[in-house]
Design a protein around this ligand. Structure first.
Ligand code: 13P
Ligand code: SF4
Length: 319
C-alpha cells in the first residue's frame, strides 16, 4: 500500500492534479497527503463544490460519485475532472430525469424547483436552484413562494417539510427518490440500537425516513442534519457515545476527529462511493495524458453545462 500511496502522490505532482475526496470514501481515501495519505481536501458535497472553485491545479481527481464530479466540472469548465470510476452513480440522482422535471413544472406552473445536488447535470439544468443537505433549509426558506417543488429525495423532503412548516408554513411538492443507504435506517433497526446504547446520542442524516426521525428523537437527544452538521455536533456535545445513522465510513472521519468519543456505526455502505479505490485512483492518474484518459474523464455537453451552471451558481451565492 505504501508504494501505491507514493506513486499516487508523485503522479499528482507530475500531472498537475489534486484529489478531492468525500467523507463517504473508504477510509484509506480519506487521509490527507500531509497526514500520510493522498487526498488534498476531504469534505461533504458542499465543501467539495466550494473547494473545486479554489483549485489551482489543471486537473481534479474526484473521489466521490458522478453527480459531484459533474458539479466540480460545471463550476470549473476550464479544468479537467477525472474520476477513479465514472460509473459511480447514486440512487437519488438516477431516480429523476430532465423530462420528469419538465412534466412536474407543467403540472405545477410557476412553482420554483429546488434540486438537491444529488441529481445529474441535465436534471439540474431544468431547475431554479440547487441545494445540498447543508443549505437546503436556508435556500427553501429564502423563496417568497408558499409552495416549492423539491426533488428528488422524498425522505429528506419530508424532513425539510416538517421543519419548514414550523418555521415558515411553506409546503413542499415532493418526488419519490430515495437514498439506498439512508432508507435502511428503519424505525425498528434504530430502536434496537437505542435500547442497546441508552446513553448514546443520535447523529442522523436528513435522508433518513421521516418515521425513523420521529421515533428516534422522541426520547433521545442528537442532531438531524447534513454530514457537516453531524461532524460539528459531536464537537459541541458533552456525550461520550453516538449512534451514527448515516454512511458507515463517515465513522472514519468522526473517529479521527474525536478519538476520545465512541461511535456506534451500523455498517451500511454506499456501493457507489465504494467504487473508488486506491487502485483505480492510481489507474486514473496513470491514464492522464494517454489515450486511456477518456475512460476516466467527465465530459458534458456545453449546452447542459451552461444551463446547469445557473442553479448551481445560485446555490453557491448562498455560501
Ligand atoms: P452531503 O455530503 O451533502 O451530506 O451528502 C450526503 C450524501 O448522501 C452524498 O451522497
Ligand atoms: Fe447517493 Fe445515498 Fe450513495 Fe449518497 S449515499 S451517493 S445519496 S446512494
Amino acid at each position: 500500500m505504501k508504494e501505491m500511496l507514493a506513486e499516487i502522490n508523485a503522479l499528482k505532482k507530475e500531472k498537475n492534479a489534486v484529489i478531492l475526496s468525500h467523507y463517504y470514501m473508504p477510509p484509506e481515501l480519506q487521509v490527507l497527503e500531509k497526514a500520510g495519505g493522498i487526498a488534498d481536501f476531504i469534505g461533504d458535497s458542499l465543501g467539495l463544490s466550494i473547494e473545486a472553485t479554489r483549485v489551482e491545479a489543471a486537473n481534479i481527481v474526484f473521489c466521490g460519485v458522478a453527480f459531484m464530479a459533474e458539479t466540480a466540472k460545471i463550476l470549473n469548465p476550464g479544468k479537467r475532472v477525472f474520476m477513479p470510476d465514472i460509473k459511480a452513480g447514486c440512487s437519488l440522482a438516477s431516480s429523476i430525469t430532465a423530462k420528469d422535471v419538465i412534466e412536474l413544472k407543467h403540472r405545477h406552473p410557476g412553482i420554483p424547483v429546488i434540486a438537491y445536488v444529488n441529481t445529474y447535470a441535465e436534471t439540474k439544468a431544468e431547475c431554479d436552484i440547487c441545494c445540498t443537505s447543508r443549505n437546503a433549509l436556508k435556500i427553501a426558506a429564502s423563496f417568497d413562494s408558499e409552495e416549492l417543488i423539491f426533488i428528488p429525495d422524498v425522505y429528506m423532503g419530508q424532513n425539510l417539510q416538517h421543519t419548514l412548516a414550523e418555521q415558515t408554513g411553506k409546503k413542499l411538492i415532493l418526488w419519490h427518490g430515495r437514498c439506498e443507504v439512508h432508507e435502511q435506517f428503519t424505525q425498528s433497526s434504530m430502536s434496537a440500537l437505542e435500547l442497546m446504547y441508552p446513553k448514546a446520542e443520535i447523529l442522523m442524516h436528513w435522508e433518513v425516513p421521516q418515521e425513523t426521525v420521529a421515533s428516534s428523537f422522541k426520547n433521545t437527544k442528537g442532531v438531524l442534519g447534513s454530514t457537516n452538521d453531524i461532524i460539528k455536533y459531536v464537537g459541541q456535545s458533552p456525550a461520550h457515545q453516538f449512534i451514527l445513522a448515516s454512511e458507515c465510513d463517515l465513522g472514519a472521519t468522526l473517529k479521527g476527529t474525536y478519538p476520545d468519543r465512541e461511535f456506534i456505526t451500523p455498517c451500511i455502505k454506499c456501493p457507489h462511493m465504494k467504487m473508488n479505490t486506491l487502485q483505480n485512483t492510481l489507474m486514473a492518474l496513470r491514464a492522464m495524458g494517454t489515450p486511456e484518459e477518456e475512460y476516466y474523464e467527465i465530459d458534458l455537453p456545453e449546452d447542459v453545462m451552461n444551463r446547469a451552471y445557473i442553479p448551481i451558481k445560485r446555490m453557491m451565492d448562498f455560501v
